[in-house]
Design a protein around this ligand. Structure first.
Ligand SMILES: C[S@@+](CC[C@H](N)C(=O)[O-])C[C@H]1O[C@@H](n2cnc3c(N)ncnc32)[C@H](O)[C@@H]1O
Length: 392
């Protein structure tokens, strides 16, 4: 593909990403894969270049652009090398018209930048949310130790005791060490959140929102496979992906339980008042994961944010019923909005006088809103809020 054709392809893709963001359609990475499946003539360099342009525009524009073209024009005004590629050639975009209004640059739509700013996220910290994510792995201590583990590529040891960072884009899932379950892909921030939860051997632990088990496997390793670890979720597909991962990791202690929304406690009746630890890794807006899915800033609405916060409250109430006296709740969201962190905790503690905050014992993070916060700018991790509440 000629460079101008790549720009035009990126504009077309942006149009579909913008449409999908408005009507809760497919995420950008899926739309990009589908686009190239139908255009086999595009080689790997073309795909990489188009993808890169698409994500640069998404990162660059704050408000959702009116069209892919005005988004690309905004980027071109910031990167003049792109301007001559609006050349009107057969497969390229028409020249930029004098009256064409470019999309406005920014971190996120105004309502979200305001909410972030009220949560203490501004300037470099806010801009850092749209950087590029590294690739972090966790050494699975059920099968290996970080010290002395030989891996095919150079790695950097991080603060979490089993965390390593490697070059983004490395295909670790083809490494023997991955296939043997000695390593897992897990963001450093997610590893820190599990450390904060402090799961110990022999405990009764409920991972209430286990998904495909990213944190479950980390908890199983911390527990040395001893005790009880119940991985729950309302999403059958995600839970079913957890099972082979647990097998590969040798996490034989993990039991899964599929929940029905609004009937979670019925399914977990036998554990009521019995858990040493309930991890609530709650569904959230994902503002802390914009490095991986920057279009998330265009997909979120005040209404969907409010729905997340209601669900977070409900899940915390469920956790409060499961935990035993002296036990604890670890509340985690991958969000930097106080609405999904400090505010949820404050309201929970108001409703539940028997619980008190415990300072998370973690090697990284900034105390914030009763818990700790991690962010891409300060810590090079995804954005996370983690709080621990102990039952009297
Ligand atoms: C942030 S994700 C969990 C990620 C996972 N813990 C990990 O580390 O990979 C939140 C999960 O909550 C699940 N969920 C949504 N509503 C739920 C509910 N009412 N009860 C339990 N899980 C729920 C979602 O299906 C989703 O998998």
């Amino acid at each position: 593909m000629m460079p101008a054709a790549r720009v035009q392809a990126a504009i077309e893709l942006l149009d579909s990403i913008i449409e999908a963001a408005k009507r809760e359609g497919a995420p950008a990475d899926r739309l990009i894969s589908a686009y190239f499946k139908q255009r086999r003539y595009a080689g790997s360099k073309d795909r990489r270049a188009v993808r890169d342009l698409v994500y640069r525009v998404i990162r660059y524009c704050g408000e959702i652009p009116k069209s892919g073209r005005v988004g690309m024009i905004a980027l071109a005004l910031d990167d003049p090398q792109l301007i001559p590629l609006f050349d009107g050639s057969t497969h390229g975009p028409p020249a930029i018209g004098k009256n064409e209004k470019p999309a406005s640059p920014g971190v996120a739509p105004q309502w979200l930048t305001d909410a972030l700013s009220q949560s203490g996220v501004e300037g470099d910290v806010a801009a850092g949310m749209l950087g590029r994510a590294p690739l972090d792995i966790r050494v699975n201590t059920l099968k290996a130790e970080r010290e002395g583990l030989e891996l095919p590529e150079p790695v950097e040891a991080l603060e979490a005791p089993n965390a390593l960072r490697i070059a983004a884009g490395t295909n670790v899932d083809q490494w023997d060490e991955y296939l043997d379950g000695k390593i897992e892909v897990q963001d450093h921030g997610s590893q820190i959140a599990c450390i904060a939860a402090g799961a110990r051997s022999g405990e009764m632990v409920i991972d209430l929102c286990a998904g495909a088990g990213g944190k479950t496997l980390s908890l199983a390793a911390a527990m040395g496979n001893a005790g009880h670890l119940i991985a729950c979720d309302t999403d059958r597909g995600r839970l079913s992906r957890l099972v082979p991962r647990a097998n590969r990791a040798g996490a034989s202690m993990v039991q899964t339980r599929l929940l029905n929304p609004k009937e979670e406690l019925e399914a977990l009746e036998e554990y009521t008042g019995n858990a040493d630890l309930v991890l609530v890794d709650a569904p959230c807006s994902g503002t802390g994961t914009w490095r991986r899915k920057p279009e998330g800033k265009w997909r979120l609405t005040p209404k969907s944010l409010a729905a997340y916060t209601r669900l977070q409250d409900d899940l915390l109430e469920i956790a409060a019923k499961l935990v035993k006296p002296g036990g604890r709740i670890a509340f985690v969201t991958c969000s930097l909005l106080d609405a999904e962190g400090a505010d949820r905790i404050a309201e929970f503690l108001e409703r539940n006088e028997g619980f008190s905050l415990k300072t998370p014992d973690v090697p990284l993070g900034i105390p914030h809103g009763g818990g700790v916060r991690l962010d891409p700018f300060h810590h090079g991790t995804d954005g996370f809020f983690v709080a621990i509440m102990q039952c009297a």
